[in-house]
Write a protein that binds this ligand. Structure first.
Ligand code: MTE
Ligand code: MO
Length: 323
């Protein structure tokens, strides 16, 4: 079952108030056309689902200039076709080819663990929980490339406050969907699925930590982690888990998929740090996607990816030891 049916047999996937009128009307016409078809079989609803959610549905958001970089954004094309999302293949071009099989409705996120009020929230409820902001963040992959992306979302703290964390909650664990029917990459044993990532509680509550539902003013393309992902801009990209289905507050440092696969290479913290090399390559510089070419310029990687406001979270910690 893809949709709950309203009395007239039609349930709009997005609340109209967050959708520009032309998009909304376009979809209404489309759905009216579908509904007019005599046999409203599941195949047709699947079609409607694809049309409504796939690409390009607009999300209204207010730019948060204070938390945005001034740097020029990477093109949408690059940001949505050069991806790491191992559930859809290992090559950068695989997710854009394969992620159309991901069904992003219905979708729920369960928030549980060391909390007073555990809850399972529908994605459409999550979209309305706090005002959507646009924040232009740098994203730096541990592989040595970076992008500048206008994300849409709100601080994760808004969501975590809803469940009233207990004093015993010291870390937060994020779990990605792991469904073999939708995710061909799960056949590969490269990671111990599901993909899990974790943050310390104070990192998770930091205002920069973004619960992300869109980019470039639209819903997230599937390959970028639809319908909801994390963006932690001062950490290497792999900390920013995609297509999240569960958030668990825990008392002990959780296991994380990348640390499990190669503990010497990927630590729990994984803060961007030009002074701590990956065992197999330097982290001192990076290449900005879109600036590739013969005279491609190497950019210096900045401590905490330039997000100096998080430095106080780590005062007194040896960041060579806690990499
Ligand atoms: N579930 C899941 N989340 C993931 C990954 C992944 O393979 N699976 N890759 C990570 C890595 S290594 C990076 S660099 C970013 C890439 O995000 P983007 O494709 O939106 O740029 O997603 C991260 N989140
Ligand atoms: Mo990455």
């Amino acid at each position: 079952m893809l949709f709950k049916r309203s009395p007239n047999g039609i349930d709009l996937p997005y609340p109209s108030e967050i959708t520009p009128r032309e998009v909304y009307e376009g979809r209404r016409q489309f759905i009216a056309r579908i509904a007019a078809t005599a046999a409203v079989g599941s195949g047709i609803w699947e079609m409607a689902n694809r049309e409504a959610f796939a690409q390009g549905v607009k999300l209204a958001a207010t730019r948060n200039a204070a938390l945005s970089t001034q740097e020029a954004p990477t093109s949408f094309k690059d940001a949505s076709s050069y991806n790491n999302f191992y559930e859809f293949g290992l090559d950068k071009g695989d997710p854009v080819q394969n992620a159309h099989t991901l069904r992003t409705r219905p979708w729920t996120v369960t928030i549980e663990g060391e909390v007073k009020k555990p809850v399972t929230l529908d994605i459409d409820r999550i979209l309305k929980l706090a005002p959507l902001e646009e924040r232009i963040y740098r994203l730096r992959c541990v592989e040595g490339w970076s992008m500048v992306i206008p994300w849409v979302g709100y601080s994760l703290s808004n969501l975590l406050k809803q469940v009233e964390p207990l004093g015993s909650a010291k870390f937060v664990e994020f779990t990605t969907l792991a469904d073999r029917k939708q995710m061909p990459g799960l056949r590969s044993g490269v990671l111990d699925w599901p993909y899990v990532e974790g943050l310390r509680m104070d990192e998770a509550m930091h205002p920069l930590t973004l619960l992300t539902v869109g980019m470039y003013g639209q819903v997230l393309p599937n390959q970028n982690g639809a319908p909801v992902r994390l963006i932690v801009p001062w950490k290497y990209g792999f900390k920013s888990a995609k297509s999240i289905v569960r958030i668990r507050l825990v008392s002990r440092q959780p296991r994380t998929a990348w640390h499990d696969s190669a503990p010497d290479e990927y630590g729990f913290y994984s803060n961007v740090n030009p002074n701590v090399d990956h065992p197999r390559w330097s982290q001192a510089t990076e290449r900005r996607i879109g600036e590739d070419g013969f005279f491609q310029r190497k950019r210096k990687t900045l401590m905490f990816n330039g997000y100096d406001q998080v430095a106080s979270l780590y005062s007194g910690m040896d960041l060579k030891k806690f990499y």
